[in-house]
Structure formats: C-alpha cells, structure tokens
Design a protein around this ligand. Structure first.
Ligand SMILES: CC(C)(COP(=O)(O)OP(=O)(O)OC[C@H]1O[C@@H](n2cnc3c(N)ncnc32)[C@H](O)[C@@H]1OP(=O)(O)O)[C@@H](O)C(=O)NCCC(=O)NCCS
Length: 349
C-alpha cells in the first residue's frame, strides 16, 4: 500500500514587500540581499490575517484539487512555528472548525522549516492504519516573529500557507516510496526563539521574543544535510539524480541550493525555486513550492520527485515519491503484500 498526494493548494498574502522597501529602513540593499539569498521580495500578511486564516485558504484549494469533502477528512496536521495561539488550541483545530471537517482528529507539528516533511511522514503512518483522507498544511506568519530591525534575519522570511491532501493510492506503485526524518539537537542554539516556559518563574505570562539565528553556521549545516538526504533517498530507490523530474527544496536561500547542486555535480534546473518572490516561509515553503511546481507542470503524472527540508532544531529530512504509477528498479523495500507496520519502518529513518 502506498500513500499518494492527491491534491495541493497554496495561499500567499496580497501584500508584497520588496528588498528596496526593506532597504528604506535597514542598512541593506536589493543587490546585497539578492546576491546572498536569491530573494527579491516576500509576501507579508495583513493585520487581520493569521496563520490559521491562511492555512484555511490553502486547505480549501487542496481539498478542491483532490475532490475531497472536509467531512471526509480523518486527520488534519498543521506544521507551523507561528501558531495562532501559544500554544493551545492548536492551529489545526481552528482550521478544522473553519473547514467544517468535523470528523478529523487535529494537531500541530513543530519541526520548524522541516515541519511539512515531518507532517507528511506522520500522515503516511496514520493512513496505513486509518485509510481516510488526511490534510497536511504548512502555514507561517513569520512576519510576526522576526525582528524587523535585524538585517541578518528579517530579509529572509515571508508569510504563506501550502497544503496537501493525502490518500491511500489506488495505484500499486504510485506515492511516497521513502522518507528520511532526522534531527540534531546539538544545534538547537543556531536558530531559536525564546518566549516559552523555559526559565520563567511560576505565574509569569509567556512573553514574545524574536527569532535569533547564526546564519553562516545554518548555511553550512543546510548544504551538508541536503546533499546527504537527497543522495540517500536515491540510493534506497535504486534511481539516480537523472531519473528525478524535480526536486522541491525548502526555499531558504538559493545559494544553499546552488551549493548542493555544485557538490552533487547536478544541474540546478531540476530544483524548483520560488524563493525569489516568496522568501523563506518556513514550514509553508515546501508545500507552496510543490503547488507551484505542479501548476507550472514541472511535476506530472509518473514523475519521480524529491522534497528536502531543513531547519531549526536542528531538523532535516526528505521524501522520495512518484507522482503516479511507476515501478522501482531495485527490489522494492515496500510491497503491498507485506505487513504494514514493517513497511512503515522499512521506509522511514
Ligand atoms: C543569513 C545569510 C544570508 C548571511 O549571508 P552571509 O554571506 O553568511 O553573511 P554573514 O552572516 O557572514 O555576514 C557578512 C556581512 O554581511 C552583513 N550582512 C548581514 N545581513 C546583511 C544584509 N541584509 N544587508 C547587508 N549586509 C548584511 C553582516 O553584518 C556581515 O557584516 P560584517 O562583515 O561587517 O560583520 C546566510 O548566512 C544564510 O542565508 N544563512 C542561512 C540562513 C537560513 O536559511 N536560515 C533559515 C534556515 S531554515
């Protein structure tokens, strides 16, 4: 049994903020930002928008493209580091209510920019036991947690939501083949946001803090793990980079992806990049790019594709899947006749 993505959707707030606009209040320039990141502009949510309101828009589009009714959903996972509330109710519960998905269990996934990958794999596990359509959303209001006076960080981020509907595949070979989920907590201080319960005296309210990051160290980490995850996913499937139709990376920085392509000696053209106009929207970045790649016909029926994410935690991981029926060259590690629990373990790391 395989799990397939049967619909995608995304939402970007109307307001676009260019590098030139940032340069009006920060000691930076369009030239510096673009040459160091590949980002020219980002979308920023309006005052009356929230992570859940964006998530609902992306979710509606994904449900429509999958042809799934909200009440048929068995589970909603919202991957986010910027939930509407700190920390409950979950943003997934707010999305469930707005959609009328009354039969869905709900929770949020916090794995920072790798959140969508973590949530997809969690949904895949759920579907093996409860084969009901599942909604996975990545949604972020990064503009609410960045320090707009810090040129080292604020220039990178944007707001967005992307969603995917997952269902048990009707095609014996189509769907998610392999996944890798990893974390290295030793790097927890490379990107963090204080304001949680840690170190607060009893009875004190949780307070807001902005995102802090050691950019250069994160850059080096990202290049290393991206290369590693992609190579290992391909090794397991028996395919090579040439067989991939498209890689959808976390849209953190085009220079990270360029460095990976150089290290691997592969063409940059196969990596779908849209950070030029979105910036880094954390857990939303992969599903937004996936939806755009499908719309642009960079991903078509039968295509072998990979998604790779990395972020705070440090977390990282990837998914290799075919967009519809295609057989694996090597002896498949997963076979529909095998025990399902063994199947999940065999393909997840
Ligand atoms: C943040 C990032 C763009 C910085 O680029 P960099 O080439 O590593 O630059 P450095 O941090 O080494 O800083 C070099 C100089 O540029 C300056 N600089 C940083 N941001 C700047 C900006 N927006 N405009 C102009 N100058 C800037 C620094 O202050 C530093 O100046 P100094 O030498 O006088 O101290 C880059 O490290 C990066 O993208 N890292 C990954 C971040 C990321 O993706 N995080 C999310 C992961 S999920």
């Amino acid at each position: 049994m395989f799990v397939q993505i049967t619909g995608t959707g995304s939402y970007l707030p109307e307001r676009v903020v260019t590098n030139d606009e940032l340069a009006a209040t920060l000691d930076t320039s369009d030239e510096w930002i673009y040459s160091h990141t590949g980002i020219r502009s980002r979308h920023i949510g309006a005052d009356d928008e929230s992570t859940s309101s964006m998530a609902v828009k992306a979710a509606r589009a994904a449900l429509a493209s999958a042809g799934v009714a909200p009440e048929d959903l068995g589970l909603i996972i919202v991957a986010t580091s910027t939930p509407d509330y700190q920390l409950f109710p979950s943003t997934a519960c707010l999305v469930q209510h707005a959609l009328g998905a009354v039969n869905a269990a709900c929770f949020d996934m916090q794995a920072a920019c790798t959140g969508f990958i973590y949530a997809l794999e969690t949904a895949r596990g759920f579907l093996h036991h409860t084969p009901r359509p599942t909604l996975v959303v990545g949604a972020e209001m990064m503009s609410r947690i960045v320090d707009w006076s810090d040129r080292n960080t604020c220039i990178l981020f944007g707001d967005a939501a992307g969603a995917a509907v997952l269902e048990v595949s009707q095609d014996e070979t189509g769907g998610i083949w392999h996944s890798i989920l990893k974390a290295d907590g030793a790097g927890s201080q490379l990107i963090f946001r204080e304001g949680g319960a840690r170190g607060l005296p009893g009875g004190m309210p949780l307070i807001q803090h902005t995102l802090q990051m050691k950019g250069r160290a994160v850059f080096n980490f990202a290049v290393k793990v991206f290369d590693d995850v992609l190579c290992r996913l391909l090794e397991r499937s028996g395919y090579t980079f040439d067989d991939l139709a498209c890689v959808v990376p976390h849209q953190a920085n085009a220079r990270i992806v360029e460095a990976v392509a150089r290290r691997m000696g592969v063409p940059l053209e196969k990596f779908y990049l849209n950070m030029e106009t979105t910036g880094n929207s954390s857990a939303a970045s992969i599903p937004v790019a996936l939806d755009a790649a499908v719309a642009a016909k960079k991903i078509k029926e039968g295509d072998l594709i990979a998604m790779v994410g990395f972020g705070a935690g440090l977390t990282y991981g990837g998914i290799l899947m075919n967009w519809h029926g295609r057989t694996e060259k090597s002896a498949p590690a997963v076979h529909p006749s095998r025990d399902l629990s063994a199947e999940t373990n065999a393909n997840t790391e």
